[in-house]
Write a protein that binds this ligand. Structure first.
Ligand code: LLP
Length: 442
């Protein structure tokens, strides 16, 4: 089957240029590090567009598809504007994400609001901005949403988030579809929710069902099974309540290639399995083909991103490892310390040099667990070399913190030899801008 961009370890425009340096989007990474400073998130526009094309082509065989990007992977004004131009809607999970895609000019009818504990303020904002769908997660939310919608004389258009009971083999913290999950209605609770909607909650209109089974998924069969469960439920609700639901949202989850050990399926394989399952299930359960929603995050944005660091101090433990420090770490990329995630890196100013040593890349934060890469073979390191860590587009900036009161890095979007800042580096004044000193301490 055809390869797709999520199977690539590096951005599609990565090459070694005439200076012998790594280049992405036509921009020399050493020049970028000099111009903008490090740590620096670099995002390649061509890679993002290439993934979007993969998704659009892969799903073109099914007539009714709503593609949404899961903003939690990376949510900025520029990326939202770009993905919106590519025709994607958005899965959002907070007022902040709703507001960002709104400010980026995304059509709000293509936005779906998710989350297991949405606040009254968040639901109100979603209704005020006419967010297209709200994926309702639990009984409390159903009643809150109905009240708020009633107060505004509006109808809230919803999906019900369900837990399909599917276990996929990914890190425990990023599994979501198994039965013992904090997300969504258990299969045994769906009927009660539907009954409430049909009898009491007059300001809610139910359109379909939603599930999400996990993240960084390499299997395809789990999607086949998930869809069968969703379609079976649609057919069952039709039979029991005479309810014609015509939407299913299968979530996101397609994996990416962080290291050579990772072999994610292609977008085309995933689409093929999803469409096959849909066609077979629709036939088996005798319902009209529903509109399909997908909401991938990581597979859209991860491969496009790299992080540049300057290599600094090192420590050779007597008869032990060599720690090589960079000027960032767990605050700009918490994934290694949170999930034991692996990353690959190269020295941007000597990508062709042969590896001569095995080092542990340590972050600059005051914690022993702040290790970015456990063991990596690199060429001879000189102070000031620029390290390029690949596949940092997803869940890096979006989970970044100011731990140790360190500013979050700048982010640039590169394309056709041009680089544009899309998120500014925080200044020292930014860091204290929200702090207040009570008068008695002045
Ligand atoms: N839809 C729902 C309802 C989700 O909860 C998620 C991710 C997605 C879509 C997008 O999944 P993706 O295509 O990105 O796999 N911080 C973790 C990942 C957490 C994923 C949470 N939900 C990490 O860094 O690996």
């Amino acid at each position: 089957m055809r390869k797709s961009t999520n199977q690539s370890l590096k951005p599609v425009t990565t090459r070694i240029n005439n200076n012998g340096n790594l280049e992405i989007g036509g921009c020399d990474l050493v020049d970028l590090a000099q111009k903008y400073g490090t740590p620096l998130y670099v995002l390649d526009e061509a890679t993002i567009r290439s993934v979007c094309n993969d998704y659009k082509e892969a799903f073109s065989a099914y007539p009714k598809v709503n593609m949404m990007y899961a903003s939690k992977a990376l949510c900025t004004l520029a990326t939202s504007a770009l993905l919106s131009k590519e025709g994607f809607g958005f899965d959002v999970v907070s007022s902040g994400e709703i507001y960002t895609v709104y400010k980026a000019g995304a059509p709000m009818k293509k936005v779906l609001f998710n989350g297991n504990n949405k606040s009254v303020d968040e639901l109100t904002l979603a209704l005020d901005l006419n967010v297209g769908r709200i994926s309702v997660d639990n009984f409390l939310e159903l009643s809150l949403l109905n009240e708020i919608a009633k107060g505004k004389n509006k109808i809230a258009n919803i999906l019900l988030r369900i837990t399909p009971g599917i276990e996929c083999h990914t890190h425990e913290y990023i599994q979501t579809g198994h039965l013992d999950s904090k997300f969504g209605f258990d299969l045994t609770q769906i009927d009660e929710a539907v009954e409430l909607i049909l009898t009491e909650y007059k300001n809610i209109k139910l359109h379909g069902l939603h599930a999400h089974i996990g993240s960084q998924i390499f299997e395809t069969k789990v999607y086949y099974d998930e869809i069968e469960i969703l379609v079976k439920e649609l057919a069952r609700l039709d039979e029991k309540f005479g309810l014609k639901l015509d939407e299913i949202n299968v979530g996101g989850g397609l994996g990416v290639k962080y290291t050579d050990k990772d072999l994610p399926p292609s977008t085309y394989e995933i689409a093929d399995v999803i469409i096959k399952s849909l066609n077979a299930s629709v036939e088996k359960y005798g319902i009209e083909p529903p509109t399909l929603f997908i909401e991938p995050g990581r597979s859209i944005i991860s491969t496009a991103g790299v992080t540049l660091y300057t290599l600094g101090s090192s420590k050779q433990v007597p008869k032990g490892k060599t720690y090589q420090a960079v000027d960032g770490g767990m605050a700009d990329n918490p994934r290694p310390s949170m999930y034991k995630a692996d990353y690959l890196a190269e020295i941007a100013d000597k990508p062709s040099d042969n590896p001569v040593q095995t080092v542990t890349i340590a972050g600059r934060f005051c914690e022993s667990g702040d290790i970015l890469i456990r063991e990596i073979n690199l060429p001879k390191i000189e102070e000031g070399d620029i390290l390029c860590v690949f596949n940092t587009g997803a869940y890096n900036f979006s989970m970044a913190s100011n731990y140790n009161r360190v500013s979050r890095p700048e982010m640039v979007l590169v394309n056709n030899s041009q680089s544009d800042i899309i998120v500014k580096r925080e200044t020292l004044d930014d860091l204290v801008s929200k702090d207040l000193i009570p008068d008695r301490l002045k």
